[in-house]
Write a protein that binds this ligand. Structure first.
Ligand code: DGY
Length: 328
């Protein structure tokens, strides 16, 4: 029997990284990539010293009920709304996430989704595949909205929001933002962004992108009332989390052409997508892939493993969320 620390890897990871992990730990892996039920997760956590998890694993008091040896739950994700942090802290378990390493890939994708939405990229492709393209036309080929020299409204101005703002400068866009707290002047200057109220942002932006964390207060930050403030020519992009947008209200607004289009990488109750959204052509859909380049996903796993190793070795994990649990 191995006397290496026991580690759960709750979802599939790149095989070479798993082999590396097996050099130091007794690993219980899940390369079949089946999402555990809450009961299975509770059982899996009962006997391990550390766990690598993702946003699909809800870590709360019930999940930790029998986790007597667990030192850390290391999320392979920057967002950690899958964590009940007070419950994890009460259980004396460290919690960590993966900031920074995914900022640029996620900001790139935010921009890709902005462009695809405004310029009707996926709708155009479907239109060709459906055999509609019989001639070039000035007026009937899909006409979009410009990004260049328009006003971009960013709601949530953390690292990723600032990365998107910096990209927007290259497009000559005016950038306005709304955030829980205003950025220091030097940071505003670095990304050429002006702080405004949420209402002013919604009224004046040509394109709105959501990059804020999901919390109870941010539930349905964008619903029918907020969409009603937006320009009929505006686009809305959500790369933050499902639940920040009221998807049913958005589908209705898109159907009634209250705004021009939406781009969604995240959904309420994903991987399920609101059935009305699936019927619409003025929405670009992506399966929560903003951080999905192999380089970045590897960097996220590496950072999560670094957090896990540190906790098991009695050191402070580099991106520890609940610092009060660490007893150095
Ligand atoms: C993140 O890191 O938060 C991404 O959304 C993947 O979960």
């Amino acid at each position: 029997m191995s006397n290496k620390p026991k580690v759960l890897v709750a979802r599939a990871i790149f095989p070479d990284l798993l082999v590396k992990l097996e050099g130091s730990f007794d690993v219980r892996s899940n390369q079949a990539d089946q999402v555990f039920t809450p009961e299975e997760l509770q059982k899996e956590l009962a006997n391990v010293d550390g766990a690598l998890v993702t946003g699909s694993e809800r870590i709360d008091a019930a999940a930790l009920a029998n986790a007597k040896n667990l030192k850390i739950v290391a999320n392979i994700s920057v967002g950690y709304n899958n964590f009940d942090v007070p419950a994890i802290t009460t259980a004396g378990v460290m919690a960590s996430n993966t900031p920074d390493v995914l900022t640029d890939s996620t900001a790139d994708f935010g921009f890709a989704l902005l462009m695809a939405t405004a310029r009707r990229v996926t709708e155009s492709e479907r239109w060709i595949r459906d055999g509609n393209w019989d001639k070039w036309s000035i007026v009937t080929n899909p006409l979009g909205m410009d990004l260049h020299h328009s006003t971009l409204g960013i709601i949530g101005m953390g690292r990723i929001g600032q990365g998107i703002a910096k990209r927007a400068l290259g497009f000559g866009m005016k950038v306005i933002y709304h955030n829980r707290s205003r950025l220091p002047e030097a940071d505003e200057k670095a990304c050429g962004a002006t702080y405004v109220s949420k209402e002013e942002l919604l009224r004046t932006a040509d394109h709105v992108i959501l990059v804020l964390p999901y919390t109870a207060e941010n539930h349905h930050t964008i619903g029918a009332k907020e969409i009603a403030l937006m320009k009929p020519t505006a686009t809305l992009v959500n790369i933050a989390r499902g639940g920040i947008v009221d998807d049913a209200a958005l589908a209705q607004a898109l159907k009634e052409k209250k705004i021009f289009a939406a781009g969604l990488d995240v959904f309420e109750g994903e991987p399920k997508v609101h059935p009305e959204l699936l019927k619409l052509s003025n929405v670009v859909l992506a399966p929560h892939i903003a951080s999905a380049t192999e380089k970045t996903r590897r960097a996220m796993i590496d950072l999560a493993v670094e957090n896990l190793r540190a906790a098991i070795d009695g050191k402070q994990p580099p991106s520890l969320i609940n610092k009060e649990v660490f007893k150095g």
